[in-house]
Ligand binder design. Structure first.
Ligand SMILES: [Zn+2]
Length: 346
């Protein structure tokens, strides 16, 4: 009987060791230790044994029961651990996947160019002045020597809100406001950057909304050569050190004489290319000596003071600098376009 028990033990331990899941383990348990098992039969038959044999079988059966139940417990633990590990392996989240990138904004190309121009003029002692985008007809035109009947208004007067109020067609009203506010009528230098609005049909090079920087210098003994020198510094800062400028006669009601200013082509060094349309020169701005009527309108004695003024389109400068062919790109807010200009981390 002791040999039988030993055989049960070794068979049971082998089966437990080979078992791979909880269900099979339960089956093994009932096969070797259950009510109908050989082990239980032996226990039931023990009463019939002789005293000495009963003792030996009793000791052996205890040993076998302990060994089998310990092996069952151990195996159950390891089966549970294995299945947990397997589950964790299946449900694993791959933390090495790249996260979604948070895109940082960049400065708008028009802002970059405006700030560059502002920095230049601030370094030459100019004030940067701001003003309202909704203006009176008086400040936008009449004070600038453009009475209501003036034909030169045709290209500019648009976006009226009332008979007397409109979206400003240029930043010149800021100059008027500054001159009027200058109570002691002292010499000054200023630039006024900002948005402007005109009745332009939108296409690749025109927009009903654009931005300007205008400059105005008023003082004693201000001459055309001061204007020319200032614009030369501007052109070389924006388009390269070896640039030349040339003046072509033009007409603006608020300046006399008036000029269009061209810069020598930075792309072909004035040999002629598609940017300068084969001429070697690119038109960049309008300027002139402040008309005496404008000075007088704002309380400056034109026999004592002279001044020069200029106006440049920021989109125009930015398009030339960056090779942008469509002005609408500045306003459509497309990140693919905007991210090309300012790669600096904000
Ligand atoms: Zn060229």
């Amino acid at each position: 009987m002791v040999e039988k028990l030993e055989k049960i033990k070794s068979e049971a331990l082998k089966a437990i060791n080979d078992c791979l899941n909880e269900v099979d383990l339960n089956n093994i348990k009932s096969k070797y230790m259950g009510k109908k098992s050989e082990f239980t039969e032996i226990m039931a038959g023990m009463a019939k044994l002789l005293q000495e044999e009963k003792k030996n079988v009793g000791i052996k059966s205890n040993e076998v029961r302990t060994a089998i139940s310990e092996a069952l417990d151990e195996r159950l633990k390891s089966i549970k651990a294995e299945s947990l590990n397997k589950k964790l392996e299946q449900d694993k989240i791959d933390i090495s996947l790249p996260s979604k990138k948070v895109r940082m904004g960049t400065r708008h190309p028009l802002t970059i160019v405006r700030e560059e121009i502002e920095d230049l003029f601030i370094s030459m002692g100019y004030d940067v002045v701001d003003g309202p985008e909704i203006e009176t007809d008086n400040y936008a035109f009449e004070m600038l020597n453009l009475p209501k009947s003036h034909p030169a208004r045709d290209a500019q007067d648009s976006f009226y809100i009332t008979e007397e109020m409109l979206l400003r067609p240029h930043t010149s009203p800021v100059q008027i406001r500054s001159m009027l506010a200058n109570e002691e009528k002292k010499p000054f230098k200023l630039i006024c950057p900002g948005k402007t609005y005109r009745r332009d049909d939108d296409d690749a090079t025109h927009s009903h909304q654009f931005s300007q920087i205008e400059g105005l210098v008023v003082g004693e003994n201000i001459s055309l050569s001061d204007l020319k020198g200032t614009l030369e510094v501007f052109a070389r800062k924006m388009f390269g050190r070896s640039r030349e400028i040339r003046f072509r006669s033009s007409f603006f009601p608020f300046t006399e004489p008036s000029y269009e200013v061209d810069v020598s082509c930075f792309n072909c060094d004035s040999k002629g290319c598609n940017i300068c349309k084969g001429t070697g020169w690119i038109e960049i701005l309008g300027c002139g000596m402040v008309h005496p009527n404008v000075l007088e309108n704002c309380g400056f004695d034109h026999t004592k003071y002279q001044g020069f003024a200029f106006g440049v389109g920021i989109e125009r400068v930015a398009s030339l600098k960056y090779g942008v062919n469509n002005i609408r790109d500045y306003f459509t807010n497309d990140y693919r376009f905007l991210s090309n200009f300012d790669r600096k981390e904000m």
